[in-house]
Design a protein around this ligand. Structure first.
Ligand code: MN
Length: 493
């Protein structure tokens, strides 16, 4: 790989922000170079390559200039004689605030669970204060992951694991799909090297076969759209991420024929109206698969993700997923909360599910400080991979991966759980042991006469909330039974 240069960063910025004050970027780069002069990375390169690389990752996400400036400076107070006060004097309060935030996230000296708690706590604090700090920290982590090869294996594993336990779940909740995917794949390579190699080979073989096929689909789709006066900004095949395929294959027992989004094509159009029109046109030429049409534009996922999805029997009867969105929606889906600091827009925040989640986190953080004991449970229930499913009324229920209709029912209400007789998933009757999937609409069928849960449900429930409610209801029932037996006994005596 060619060595990273300042010009590369400037070119990235010019592409999305032609009027940016590039002199300021150049000056900051010089300043950071000087501060870090003489320092080397473990890879042997000059240290400046790291803050520069971090700034480039952010420029790819089209963040505005202050965030880029803070990224160039993010390791200065930690690793050089330059102080926070000097940075504030040179660059002002706003930028110094971000740099201080990233610095505070810096080192954690604990091990094991304490390390985890401390990391999480610091992330929450930073998030509550300034979300831009988290975005810089993610870019910093990604750049470090991409040069992990020069570190000893135990350190590689620790950083990779921490990334998958803390960083990527938070990135996911903030809707930062692109950064999450890149961090996951980089960590995957170090945490499960053999599986990584296997999946890598599988995907590159698949890609060669697919290239021609996707070209063909693109031609057909393009023709169909322009015939109907819809301008496609772009149509491209999206390669499935390695770690995401690894997880999906595990879920499907290794059967790649059950992975329906292996071939996915993204269509970017100009307006939301065009999105729906495109969906209709696609269904007109290729038959959609039942239950796989998802309107995340009308009902965004709780992490803010918007897009239209459909899976169709495409050319040669291959199964292909289409994702349809506008350019603006596309950038939001890729960059999540970072899209707020796009271009030169001031971070004017409109109500958004991602930010609601941040305020919830802040609440949890306060509870966490008060009661460290809940940590293990929190780690299991909250940062675990989450799925988002809907009630028939469109309310979102947020559950851990692998949750079943039983979890869903008890999350709505204890009575709904206790009276549960069956479930409809996307209008189809489903077993109570079915693992729910993102975007599923669940309706619980109630049996009014039922009063107590089936003890077997304890095995089907995945969340502690549902398990506790089942246990409590069973206990109450047992007490009732004992009392009535006693009464009978008394009576007969
Ligand atoms: Mn750094």
């Amino acid at each position: 790989m060619a060595t990273l240069t300042l010009n590369h960063l400037l070119d990235l910025i010019k592409k999305y922000h032609p009027d940016a004050d590039l002199d300021l970027v150049k000056l900051t780069y010089e300043y950071s170079c000087q501060a870090h002069s003489g320092q080397k990375r473990k890879t042997g390169e000059n240290y400046i390559i790291h803050p520069l690389g971090t700034a480039c990752i952010l420029a790819e996400m089209k963040v505005n200039i202050p965030v880029i400036i803070a990224a160039l400076l993010h390791d200065v107070p930690e690793d050089t004689p330059v102080t926070m006060e000097e940075i504030e004097k040179e660059f002002g309060k706003d930028i110094a605030g971000m740099v201080a935030g990233v610095t505070k996230l810096g080192h954690v000296k604990y091990r094991g669970v304490e390390r985890y708690i401390e990391n999480l706590r610091k992330m929450f604090v930073a998030m509550a204060q300034d979300l831009r700090v988290i975005i810089i920290k993610f870019a910093d982590r990604l750049n470090n992951l991409e040069s992990l090869h020069s570190l000893p294996p135990d350190k590689q594993k620790r950083i990779a694991q921490e990334t998958l336990e803390i960083y990527t779940p938070i990135a996911n909740r903030l809707g930062m799909g692109e950064l999450k995917g890149r961090m996951e794949d980089a960590a995957f390579a170090y945490l499960y090297p053999e599986a990584f190699q296997k999946i890598n080979t599988l995907i590159s073989r698949q890609q060669k076969i697919q290239e021609k096929y996707i070209q063909k689909i693109k031609r057909i789709a393009n023709h169909e759209l322009s015939k109907n006066n819809i301008h496609a900004v772009s149509i491209h095949g999206r390669a499935k991420r390695l770690y995401s395929l690894f997880r999906k294959l595990e879920e499907k027992g290794g059967d790649i024929s059950k992975v329906y989004d292996l071939i996915a094509v993204r269509i970017i159009v100009e307006t939301i109206g065009d999105c729906y029109a495109t969906l209709g046109l696609l269904h007109n030429i290729w038959r959609p698969i039942k239950g796989r049409i998802k309107d995340y534009i009308a009902q965004p996922k709780p992490n803010g993700y918007r897009s239209l999805h459909t899976t169709v029997f495409c050319e040669d009867n291959e199964i292909v997923e289409f994702q349809i969105r506008t350019q603006r929606i596309h950038e939001e889906a890729e960059y999540g909360v970072a899209a707020y600091w796009h271009y030169d827009e001031k971070g004017s925040l409109r109500p958004d599910p991602r930010l609601k989640w941040v305020s919830e986190l802040t609440k949890w953080r306060r509870e966490l400080d008060q009661n460290i004991k809940h940590l293990e449970e929190m780690k299991i229930d909250i940062l675990q991979t989450r799925i988002f499913v809907f009630t028939p009324q469109g309310d979102v229920i947020d559950l851990p991966d692998g949750a079943t209709p039983i979890d869903f029912a008890y999350h709505i209400h204890t009575d709904v759980g206790n009276k549960c007789a069956g479930a409809l998933i996307n209008d189809q009757i489903a077993n109570l042991n079915t693992s729910l999937k993102n975007g599923d609409v669940i309706e619980i069928i109630l049996d009014k006469n039922r009063k107590t849960p089936n003890p077997d449900w304890l095995k089907l429930a995945k969340t502690n909330v549902a398990k506790n409610k089942i246990r409590n209801s069973l206990k109450t029932k047992r007490n009732h039974t004992t009392t009535s037996l006693l009464n009978k006994f008394k009576l007969s005596n």
